[in-house]
Write a protein that binds this ligand. Structure first.
Ligand code: MN
Length: 266
């Protein structure tokens, strides 16, 4: 039997701890290739590099670094590097959760979006990390759940247009309360997170800070699940169409008959 081909990528860079753990998590499930950015590209979102040349650095038979974004990496893996189409793409394990609106900024989740667009079942994994920088993150917990969920997905794959965003709470394995299937939550945006400081010469500079902690109460949300010690699994898809608005906007439609004479540029 042919072993599944699994592609591992991320947005924290090929040298990050999270991608090493993810590779370890899926190594028993198939033949694994790693194609990842050569440096951290967090919050790269779904960017594709079109204004500079890209170069692949091959580290060994199955590890490749690219001087591009997570989305570039998925394209290069599928069309330049891999011997055949992969059976599964896993992205992460991101250093930090990707909950609610975060998924639109996240390079980790965008790599999975790209995999899904290109026709491969994909999963993004993100680990909630402690706020205190001296504390270590629970990659041991993330490894267990990444392996479990990747295995479930390989044995009964969803349609490739649906990707999974998995978040793991900042807890040791024995304290995790279980797995919950969730929807994206909504944070309460009530103040700016742009922080103004002054440099030694008295000129202002700015940092974009952390997002708000409070969120809309909703027991079905990813934010609630992580806050209550569960692993959160959110199915996502890239059809951003708001279907209820289609019928409401129909009255804006115009046919060729209603175009006024002379309104077309000659
Ligand atoms: Mn990241």
């Amino acid at each position: 039997m042919i072993r599944p081909l699994i592609l591992v990528s991320n947005d924290d860079g090929i040298s990050s701890e999270g991608i090493r753990v993810l590779e370890e998590a899926v190594s028993s499930l198939g033949d694994v290739y790693v194609v990842a950015p050569d440096q951290e590209r967090s919050a790269a979102s779904h960017a594709l590099t079109i204004h500079k040349p890209l170069r692949i650095t091959q580290k060994d038979a199955r590890h490749f670094a690219l001087n591009g974004t997570p989305t570039d990496c998925i394209n290069f893996a599928l069309y330049v590097i891999l011997p055949r189409k992969p059976d599964l793409i896993v992205s992460g394990i991101n250093h930090g959760s990707n909950l609610a609106d975060d998924v639109t900024y996240s390079g980790t989740v965008s790599a999975a979006f790209e995999g899904s667009i290109l026709g491969t079942p994909s999963i993004a994994f993100s680990l909630q990390v402690p706020e205190e920088p001296q504390k270590t993150a629970h990659f041991d917990t993330a490894l267990i759940y990444a392996r479990k969920i990747a295995q479930s997905h390989l044995s009964s794959p969803l349609e490739f247009s649906v990707l999974l965003s998995v978040n793991i709470p900042d807890l040791p394995p024995e304290d995790v309360r279980g797995i919950r299937v969730t929807r994206l939550g909504k944070r309460l945006i009530n103040e700016t997170n742009i922080i103004r400081k002054e440099d030694p010469r008295g000129r202002p500079y700015y940092w974009i800070g952390m997002g708000p902690k409070d969120y809309e109460p909703d027991e079905s949300s990813d934010l609630h699940a992580i806050d209550h010690g569960f692993v959160s699994v959110t199915p996502l898809h890239l059809d951003l169409t708001h279907y209820p608005s289609l019928s409401r906007l129909r009255k804006w439609e115009e046919g060729p008959a209603s175009v006024k004479a002379g309104s077309k540029p000659e």
